[in-house]
Write a protein that binds this ligand. Structure first.
Ligand code: IPM
Ligand code: MG
Length: 355
């Protein structure tokens, strides 16, 4: 099995190193090949998603991705910015289903900014559509307005759009995920305002009928943002579009104590996938050895489960992570009174030892 390793920028290389060490410790024979991506791709090859990197990603059975982005690339043309690497990979590889679990480990209830009783035992799954919506809809651009309130002035514009088949396929992912969990799907939209959402809601309702064992509810995105902090445990699976999913998954992440704990999977229709922590490149702490590698290590576990058919190895990693938390090891983002404060390396070592 071949794994493409794309560390990227900022803390990406540090956290990916720890996940690679964990994969190497499993006693499997993975072939791993590393390639530059994001700002690192731009520095090495003049493009955030160099041709060779894309080729490697296409050939591999799975992709382990760190993070991309750094303020120092903010002045580059949009198509050369690091973020285009992850957007390009999602698009070129048709990775349309983004699974972002938000689990609050019992040891970390104190690290959440919410009251412990609100988050203790939290286990929700955000299923975010990843190939469509206002992220990719055309036309988009900056132009001189010919109509509207201020004709003759510059205006920015993007297009929110979803086709029925796009909604259908993500609906199936969400309902099937729910069948393996608490059998509840909440579809989040803004159907009171947006036509795109109106169609989304209709399709969700229609596909939902194929899954009579799963309870479907609908919620407007503003209300969902509120309910997520009010009573997050009321959710099981949340399915939503690309933009709303981007925002709500960061919010859900914080319920768990730290976004540094959350893995993610981005899958195509055959369960080939890209695995990355839900957090970003954190350039402010890059190279300092303080970043939390657990989200990336847990992403490697998701990779074993969803793309490599090694659920037993995934369980081993997840249990090892739980063990180090129980042992009191904490990086700065999840530190609590009386914990063993460690850096990226030591946290990775602790997981290896627990394994
Ligand atoms: C994410 C990130 C990306 C997104 C950025 C880096 C393009 O925020 O994976 O959630 O907006 O999808
Ligand atoms: Mg995001």
């Amino acid at each position: 099995m071949k794994i493409a390793v794309l560390p990227g920028d900022g803390i990406g290389p540090e956290i990916v190193t720890e996940a690679v060490n964990v994969l190497n410790a499993l006693g499997e024979s993975f072939e791993m090949e590393t390639a530059p991506v994001g700002g690192a791709g731009y520095e090495a090859k003049g493009h955030p998603l160099p041709e060779d990197t894309l080729k490697l990603a296409k050939e591999a059975d799975a992709i382990l991705f760190g993070a991309v982005g750094d303020w120092k690339y903010d002045a580059l043309a949009r198509e050369l910015r690091p973020e285009q690497a992850i957007l390009g990979l999602r698009k070129h590889l048709s990775l349309f289903a983004n699974l972002r679990p938000a689990i609050c480990y019992p040891e970390l209830t104190e690290a959440s900014s919410l009251k412990p009783e609100i988050v203790a035992g939290l286990n929700i799954l955000i299923v975010r559509e990843l190939n469509g919506d206002i992220y990719f809809g055309s036309p988009k651009g900056i132009r001189t307005a010919t109509d509207g309130l201020f004709p003759g002035t510059r205006e920015g514009f993007d297009t929110m759009r979803y086709s029925e088949p796009e909604v259908e396929r993500i609906a199936h992912v969400a309902f099937q995920a729910a069948q393996k969990r608490d059998k509840r799907v909440c579809s989040v939209d803004k159907a009171n305002v947006l036509e795109t959402s109106q169609l989304w809601k209709e399709v969700m309702t229609r596909i939902g009928k194929e899954y009579p064992d799963v309870e479907l509810s609908h919620m407007y995105v503003d209300n969902a943002a509120m309910q997520l902090v009010k009573a997050p445990k009321a959710f099981d699976v949340v399915v939503t579009g690309n933009l709303f999913g981007d925002i709500l998954s960061d919010e859900a992440a914080m319920l768990t104590g730290s976004i540094g704990m959350l893995p993610s999977a981005s899958l195509d229709k055959n369960n080939k996938g890209l695995y990355e922590p839900s957090h970003g490149s954190a350039p402010d702490i890059a190279g300092k050895g303080v970043a939390n590698p657990l989200a990336t290590i847990l992403s490697a576990a998701m990779m074993l489960r969803y793309s490599l058919g090694k659920a037993d190895q995934a369980d081993r990693i997840e249990q090892a992570v739980q063990k180090v938390l129980a042992q009191g090891y904490r990086t700065g983002d999840i530190k609590t009174e009386g914990c063993k404060l460690v850096g990226t390396r030591e946290m990775g070592e602790a997981v290896l030892k627990a394994l």
